[in-house]
Design a protein around this ligand. Structure first.
Ligand SMILES: Nc1ncnc2c1ncn2[C@@H]1O[C@H](COP(=O)(O)OP(=O)(O)O)[C@@H](O)[C@H]1O
Ligand SMILES: [Mg+2]
Length: 253
């Protein structure tokens, strides 16, 4: 299988398909399709909110959010980083998306109703490195809160790091249970990723918690930044991560 040779699988679609093969993970994977006008029309009908994003994207660039509105006779709003377009007819919204996308490969994904902090959406980054014995080491999890009026939480779009308990508005002790749950699920994702892409050594999982408390994987980064972890409640964690990343990257394993 070609995927086995890829060291840093970048394409979100390839990773989604690989993980979808594991029935135990499906409850945590947003429904995703390759973008076409028809796929968008089907997905927006089903989920009411969808994200349309580049297959080979990063830093939140090119991510769009489409919402269904019920007021004023109904319609659809396409939101980009700096614009919004409204349509009554779903086919016109689909055409506009096609125009915005051009010739690149894009995905259309079930929108997750992210929990919020003071009205701003939050998601999470879990970080794992492979150990010499082949098991994964889970370092921890950080929250990312979007800047005002942004649809993505990425640092480059003004997102900022917050600690898990701050994101969940819980005490550190109370947030511990969530951390354990996330750690366990992250391990399952990491093992599945490693089976499909045996050469990966690091994982930065973009995880979301929806307003009902369900945990979702938005994307799996295989060459993750770890700057966020400078803000972790454990002040020595960042140095540990940096040292582990150096040894993994220099060994070129
Ligand atoms: N399906 C989704 N539901 C809700 N928010 C999403 C969804 N997909 C992406 N986002 C938001 O957009 C951000 C960027 O999307 P992501 O898939 O991580 O792409 P990138 O590679 O650009 O970081 C996410 O961190 C999240 O804030
Ligand atoms: Mg991301």
């Amino acid at each position: 299988m070609k995927a086995k040779l890829i060291r840093y699988p970048g394409r979100k679609w390839l990773k989604h398909e690989a993980l979808w093969a594991y029935p135990n993970l499906r409850d945590h994977l947003p429904d995703t399709m390759l973008f076409s006008q028809q796929a968008f029309i089907d997905m927006i009908d089903k989920y009411k909110v969808v994200f349309v994003k580049p297959d080979l994207g990063m830093q939140g660039k090119g991510v769009m959010k489409v919402t269904t509105i019920k007021e004023n006779g109904g319609g659809y709003v396409i939101r980009t980083a700096d614009n919004a377009f409204a349509y009554r007819d779903v086919r016109n919204a689909a055409k506009k998306l096609s125009q915005l996308i051009g010739h690149q490969q894009y995905l259309v994904q079930q929108g997750i109703d992210l929990i919020r902090l003071k009205g701003k959406p939050i998601d999470f980054r879990a970080l794992l490195h492979i150990k010499p014995d082949g098991n994964w080491r889970f370092f921890g999890i950080m929250g990312k809160v979007a800047a005002a009026n942004q649809i993505v939480t990425n640092y480059n779009s003004g997102g900022r790091a917050i600690q898990l308990h701050q994101a969940l508005e819980l005490s550190i002790e109370e947030s511990h249970e969530w951390e354990m749950l996330i750690k366990q699920l992250s391990g399952q994702f990491a093992r599945a990723m490693k089976k499909s892409f045996p050469r990966i050594t690091e994982l930065g999982l973009d995880l979301a918690i929806d307003t009902k408390g369900q945990i979702w994987l938005l994307e799996a980064n295989t060459k993750p930044h770890y700057k966020l972890f400078r803000h972790h409640s454990n002040p020595s964690l960042f140095a540990k991560i940096a040292s582990s990343a150096r040894s993994i990257r220099s060994s070129g394993a």
